[in-house]
Design a protein. Structure first.
Length: 384
């Protein structure tokens, strides 16, 4: 048996999440493969649903991130620590993981824009993750929208939770539950008021309700709720894991189908029907978050595979997933202007796919090994 201190099931979720996002972005390369027997049907389905698949990948990231980060926060809610200590240690733990890569890729994307002769005035809101706090995300470094959602959620979560624990003396069990309820209700209220106040104009689902920070706190909060359930209702969490997993496997494709009906023809139904508009904008991402959470009892219990190679495979891609997420768009922009050949040939299409994915994985591995990992070592030394 392959011995390690990781949970294989959570590595699988992270690998699946980043794979879905990458596929969404490079799905155009797979179009010629639709002519293949059997596999072509799968390729056709995924290329048709590529944006929805990408949307779902990010939702996986949100729920997983909330699930993992709440375990860190929970361990820090200690009566011997002050309000300032809890916040400082938590933010050190979080920011030394995310900020070095984030600021590096602000620079990389800025240089890429200049190199491609794209006119750009630097937006200083990026330095504080404010670029999509209340408004749609700019075109520049567009994959950063999800990082803004997470960073603001964690900052507000640790401040609010620490205040409840230190000053109001709320016990750890109820600190997390109150925090989850606050974030979900607040997010839904803000969205609901915005939608109702602008019912005559149907704002875009992707650029507004999926990517604006104040509308998205509920998704990460569902992950925190999952950790809370696993901590305080572990017997029930494990008892129904197969049933919940089976329900999720059935209902997720159903949710894809209904969303596709809303999404197709440039969101025709979404734009024409007020009821569909309100329901989709207000609840659809929340429904996805709950369906994703239904899979977590099963995956969280999957501690390890019998095959050491399989464990190592998912661990590898889990570790470099953040680098993969950030490298993907800049590399794709360069690839499309240099090595990529638009074609109907399956052979050339396979060549494009293999070259692009190989370079992406290699770059992400080097970024993780020689840059990201160094900050993780510093973090671990500081937090000892």
């Amino acid at each position: 048996m392959y011995k390690r201190n990781r949970i294989a099931g959570l590595d699988v979720i992270r690998t699946a999440a980043v794979s879905l996002v990458i596929f969404d972005h490079c799905s155009f390369m797979f179009n010629p493969l639709q002519k293949l027997p059997v596999i072509g049907v799968v390729v056709l389905a995924f290329t048709t649903l590529n944006e929805i698949v990408g949307y779902f990948g990010v939702e996986l990231f949100f729920v997983l991130s909330g699930f993992l980060i709440s375990s860190i926060l929970f361990s820090m809610l200690d009566e011997s620590k002050s309000f300032k200590q809890i916040i400082t240690v938590f933010l050190y733990s979080r920011w030394l993981r995310t900020l070095p890569n984030y600021f590096l890729f602000i620079l990389i994307n800025y240089l890429l824009f200049l190199g491609l002769n794209i006119s750009l005035k630097f937006d200083f809101r990026f330095l504080l993750f404010l670029q999509n706090f209340l408004t749609p995300h700019p075109v520049f470094f567009k994959e950063a929208w999800s990082l803004s959602v997470e960073e603001w959620f964690y900052l507000l979560l640790v401040i609010f939770s620490s205040f409840l624990f230190v000053f109001l003396k709320v016990d750890k069990k109820h600190v997390l539950l109150i925090s989850v309820c606050l974030f979900i209700i607040t997010s839904l209220l803000i969205k609901g008021v915005f939608i109702y106040s602008n019912m005559n104009y149907h704002y875009g689902f992707d650029e507004y309700f999926r990517k604006i920070v104040v509308f998205r706190f509920d998704a990460v909060a569902i992950g925190v709720f999952g950790f809370w359930l696993s901590k305080y209702y572990l017997v029930w969490w494990n008892k129904f894991k197969e049933l919940l997993f089976a329900a999720a496997i059935i209902l997720i494709p159903v949710s894809f189908y209904f969303f596709f009906e809303i999404y197709k023809y440039d969101y025709k139904l979404y734009k024409q029907d007020n009821t569909i508009y309100f329901f989709t904008a207000e609840f659809y991402t929340l429904i996805w978050s709950f369906l994703i959470l239904a899979m977590f009892p099963y995956f969280n219990s999957l501690l390890s595979f019998k095959s050491a190679k399989l464990n190592q495979f998912f661990e590898f891609f889990s570790k470099i997933s953040y680098s993969l997420y950030l490298c993907n768009f800049p590399l794709l922009s360069v690839f499309k202007r240099t090595l990529f050949t638009e074609t109907n040939s399956m052979t050339i299409a396979l060549f494009n796919i293999v070259i692009y994915l190989s370079v992406l994985i290699l770059l992400s591995f080097f970024l993780y090994s020689f840059y990201e990992k160094r900050f993780l070592v510093i973090r671990d030394k500081l937090l000892k």
